[in-house]
Design a protein around this ligand. Sequence first.
Ligand code: PLP
Length: 492
Amino acid sequence: MTVDHPAIKAKEFSHLFSDEALKRKPSPIKTTMAYFQDPSVVFLGAGMPPGELFPLKTLSMEVPKPPFKNGIADSEETMKATIMRNQDELLFASDVPIARALQYGNSRGQKELLEFLKEHTRRFHRIPYEDWDIITTTGSTQGWDASLRIFCNKGDTVLLEGYTYSSSVEAADAQGLNCIPMPMDDNGIMPAKLEDMLENWGSRYPQIPMPKLLYTIPTGQNPTGCTLSDDRKPYIYHLAQKYDMIIIEDEPYYFLQMDKYTPPEQRSTTSPMNHHQFMNSLCRSFLELDVDGRVVRLDSVSKTFAPGCRFGWLVGSKHLLDNYWNLHEVSIQSTCGFAQTILNGLLNRWGQDGYIDWLIGLRHQYTLKRNCCLDICRQYLPWEICTLPAPVAGMFFMILIDATKHPEFHTTFESNCDLLEQHLYNKCVSAGVLVACGSWFRVPDPVPSPKSATAKSNIVTFRGTYAAVCPEKMKLGIQKFGDTLRREFNLS
Ligand SMILES: Cc1ncc(COP(=O)(O)O)c(C=O)c1O
């Protein structure tokens, strides 16, 4: 589905840029790269090692072949591909030749791959303004780090979900930024509470500047597993407009969306979705609400292919992305050439439809994993003290435990959830199961109050994942976890 863009242009946001971003100029030598591909220009301008001395003549791979009739996990049908060193040797027209892939000078990304990703973005998101673009990253972690450097000076403020990906907080914290938790529930950020917080900012956080960035993991949130409901997004976007914030949506789990969990006795076998059903089943991106050009979306192949690719991309207004480009030229220079030529070779051979087949297959695999995990949890967790909001996306689930039901909560643990959490964590590790402590992902509120986003009183939380283990190990792990809780809470 291709969508025509109305002729709206993105707004200027230079007033939100950091001093560093405002100071950074495009490198003059990099502006010459446009001439590198031009056969009429003898290019003596940049210090590039000669491609014929790169010690690789070809790169070959064997990959599963769409439409993955037997699923993506044990796809027997494969296709072979060989990528050649030079343009004139290519066996497949949209390949990126090795000599170009491994050369300097493509900080935005290889054009064939950018074209594929732009078309992919067009298929999945109706962006309301015209001048949007994409630029490659070395993954969302780097995309977030770059965002902090582009928009924030030391002492600036960013909003994050009350529980969030710990690396994102660590990156912001280390840059001397104020990290403020947003109130959230099982459906993600709570917009009315966020509005209340922003309206009363001066009295609540008198020493802290108003936020510049709103960072969110809308789909299959890490660590809670929750998904921000689509009907909250316009309200949140409106707040970003009213308080002039940039929204950074970090979406590594976007394509790990699933059907709602139903217990095995009510579960019917469903046939795989077709493309139309799949595309309609997905959450909407903030990009689709973005009439201003104030949203930057972080996409990554870490969960759709493999994290070691260290490859992702940003979607946003050209005006904003030019700043990322300037930063990349003096930091990462470009995304790894191997990753780009291999991913480009794979994606272009599959085509847009083949890639969607892959994503549908992924959805199926994650649904099986999530179902298996929750079926086991139903059987082995002590439900008299636990709750577990069933995730509809991502790879995480969070178990919430009523601390007040622990016999020593008010005595030995001084009514302190973190002390009890640490104790339970140690007991679980000794019993041979490791779950992550919820507090590791909590964004501490610098001005805690009863209304605080993270003041979940008397609840101890643990994060688990269903991504990494086989059903047998999952059963063993959850059994051990359940047994430990029963022992510790004196349950039969
Ligand atoms: C929310 C979130 N963002 C980013 C990442 C890392 O992404 P990447 O591998 O693309 O850097 C993760 C986890 O691995 C994550 O949970």
